[in-house]
Design a protein around this ligand. Structure first.
Ligand code: IPE
Ligand code: IPE
Ligand code: MG
Length: 246
């Protein structure tokens, strides 16, 4: 383990912002003949371990996709189990996250959450404010298309008020209307469970993000997997549409 981190350090720059689509909890459970919610519960251990490893590696921002807009369409029982788990996580992890210097932000359409989940989530955000080691964005009830629709509405409203003209709208003005307005785009996106798709995650922000897809199911993901993804990232040549760097 130490040598993966040593290799990362020798390579130099770590990605400043890593985003993760945490997928495969259901299949992890199914393979063991267990109900899906036990897969989600097991996945919480991976969340904990990945956050510690992110702090250890020197990443500044970690963004974790926990629940999508489309996930509201799952059976009610599963949605309830996920919301309960979220509440449980928020209540139980707050002290440990504070100790580690993790500042939690929760991004998404939060009004769709029930009152007690919303309360737990607001509390962890308030309790961890000021953490300087890592910014953690938990994406909950989040969808990339919804985020862009929201942006279009906000900008249209500003035009209607006469504050701006349509041709004033540029990348930075649009970015300022996103949930992620105060964070740079992810450098690296990790998706677990082998699915090669974005599933409506950060459609604007991922334009030039490096993708790392691993077959590992989220409950089996841990420190070594994060470090391997960072090493993979460090081997990439990011061109941003230009010619290769010499
Ligand atoms: C990811 O695991 C957790 C959420 C989407 C909330 P899944 O529940 O999607 O697990 P699979 O993809 O069915 O295995
Ligand atoms: C994406 O996983 C959403 C989260 C990880 C929260 P899904 O399991 O919902 O995505 P699909 O349905 O496989 O595209
Ligand atoms: Mg899935």
């Amino acid at each position: 383990m130490a040598d993966l981190l040593d290799r990362i350090r020798l390579n130099g720059d770590v990605p400043a912002h890593v985003a993760i689509i945490m997928d495969g909890n259901g299949r992890w459970a199914a393979e063991r003949g267990l109900p899906r919610h036990l897969g989600h519960r097991e996945g919480m251990k991976s969340v904990r371990e990945t956050i510690s490893a992110a702090v250890e590696s020197g990443i500044d921002i970690l963004t974790m996709f926990a629940f999508s807009t489309e996930n509201w369409n799952r059976p009610r029982q599963e949605v309830t189990a996920l919301m309960r788990l979220l509440q449980h996580y928020a209540r139980r992890e707050s002290d440990e996250l504070k100790k580690q210097g993790v500042e939690v932000h929760v991004l998404g359409e939060l009004d769709r959450m029930d009152e007690s989940t919303r309360g737990a989530v607001d509390a962890i955000v308030a309790d961890t404010r000021g953490g300087a080691a890592l910014r953690l964005n938990l994406m909950i009830s989040y969808g990339g298309r919804e985020e862009l629709i929201r942006s279009a509405r906000l900008l249209a409203e500003r035009v209607r008020q006469g504050e701006i003209a349509p041709h004033d709208i540029d990348e930075s003005m649009l970015e300022a209307t996103l949930f992620t307005r105060d964070v740079p785009s992810p450098d690296l996106l990790i998706r677990t469970s082998g699915e090669c798709r974005i599933s409506n995650f950060m459609l604007w922000q991922l334009a030039y993000t490096e993708l790392h897809i691993t077959p590992v199911y989220w409950p089996d993901f841990g420190r070594a997997n994060l470090f391997e993804a960072i090493l993979d990232y460090q081997s990439r040549d990011r061109r941003f549409g230009r010619v290769a760097s010499s």
